[in-house]
Ligand binder design. Structure first.
Ligand code: MRU
Length: 378
């Protein structure tokens, strides 16, 4: 079937797509976060009033996904700054900054692989050090920076959606892994954004979502999100994906990223590398969609990315009704896909096919500039 015939086959009337919008955000000194561990059964928004509970939410995956980790971390830093001031309103600036630096380190350490979190914390901490004024003024500057990042990520999603949809347009049947939609950022998502844009423009979209063992982000979160948006989808066992790619039932694989190294290597949810290999073997485009805040100019290649291990994941592998086993697991949370398997990288800056150091250079420069100043100032 030619691309056009294929497209005609799938063309449907435009449909109002309503992707989820971020059900969290800053509200008078409180950070609201949707507890993703309770989805899809319960839509529970938790009000966080101190940095410690935000750190716990990040560690426990109540808030997860690279861009939202950066935003939540930035707001946690504001909460930390306010708590330090509340404890001692007469604090001098150097002591305030020393205490803030210690809190910042704890927030940045909460999850290591997604670069958005440590990058946002180091950028906003540097801003606090550079901003003249009293500790109260520094806390205000941190809030403005967090709100700037929040707005930046929202706009980045919209642009990723537009650029990605343009590139993907003749295609209708997508495969995705983990969850890289509206739950992971403050806008309509990263990997799912182009699919929402395509559907809204009247292109038929069907998504196969890998369940994403062992924590089931695909089954629990992507399926939930796609149902809410009215996008037809099916969940499949991770092990079924290669077969689906072989039989020609997928037009493109599209995933998000937690960290993209300077040479284009991509760290994403464990299982992504296997998908990229299978897509390559069967000539299916493998597309990565992420904001520039996920690009890490400091990390030369994927071998330098620290992959988070989940040491206590045994429970996720066990049937609770099974005979108790002494189970030892190998539980990396992420894996690294070499750049040479990436057909196309989509960011808010546009599209890059077969990314490498040279092609990525202008984007790395932009990412480095973003890192030097809060996105709102760019
Ligand atoms: O462990 P998680 O659920 O935080 O991992 C998130 C991912 O790896 C997602 O695939 C996503 O693409 C990265 S965030 C847009």
């Amino acid at each position: 079937m030619t691309a056009d015939a294929h497209l005609a086959h799938w063309r449907v009337p435009p449909s109002p797509v309503t992707p989820l919008t971020w059900r969290g955000g800053w509200r008078d000194g409180v950070l609201d976060l949707l507890d993703q561990t309770r989805l899809p059964r319960h839509e529970l928004v938790v009000a966080h009033t101190d940095a410690e509970t935000v750190i716990a939410a990040i560690r426990g995956l109540a808030v997860r996904g690279a861009p939202i980790l950066g935003v939540a971390g930035a707001y946690a830093l504001v909460l930390a700054a306010r708590a330090i001031l509340q404890q001692d309103p007469t604090l001098d600036r150097p002591t305030f900054l020393t205490r803030l630096t210690a809190r910042a380190a704890a927030i940045a350490r909460a999850r290591p692989t997604a670069v958005n979190l440590p990058a946002a914390i180091s950028r906003h901490l540097a801003l606090a050090h550079q901003t003249p004024g009293s500790p109260e003024q520094l806390a205000d500057a941190l809030l403005a920076a967090a709100q700037g990042l929040d707005a930046y990520e929202r706009a980045a999603c919209a642009a990723i959606g537009r650029h990605g949809a343009e590139w993907l347009k003749p295609r209708a049947r997508f495969l995705t892994h983990c969850n890289a939609g509206a739950l992971v950022t403050t806008g309509i998502g990263t990997a799912l954004a182009p699919l929402y844009v395509l559907r809204a423009a009247g292109y038929a979209v069907h998504v196969h979502a890998c369940e994403t063992r062992p924590l089931l982000q695909g089954l629990r979160l992507t399926a939930y999100e796609l149902s809410k948006a009215g996008i037809p989808h099916r969940v499949l066992a991770d092990g079924a994906a290669a077969g689906l790619l072989r039989t020609g039932e997928i037009d493109a694989v599209i995933v998000g990223a937690d960290r993209i190294a300077a040479n284009g290597d991509v760290a994403n949810k464990v299982g992504t590398y296997a998908l990229a290999l299978a897509a390559f073997a069967h000539g299916v485009p493998f597309v990565v969609a992420a904001p520039l805040t996920t690009l890490d100019p400091e990390t030369p290649d994927g071998t330098m990315i620290a992959v988070e291990m989940r040491p206590d994941d045994q429970r996720a592998y066990l049937d609770p009704n099974a005979h108790p086993l002494e189970l030892r697991v190998h539980a990396p949370a992420f894996d690294v896909t070499p750049a040479k398997l990436v057909t196309c990288l989509v960011t808010e800056a546009g599209i890059l096919e077969t990314p490498d150091n040279e092609l990525l250079a202008p984007w790395l420069l932009r990412a480095a500039r973003l890192q030097q100043a809060p996105p709102a100032d760019r």
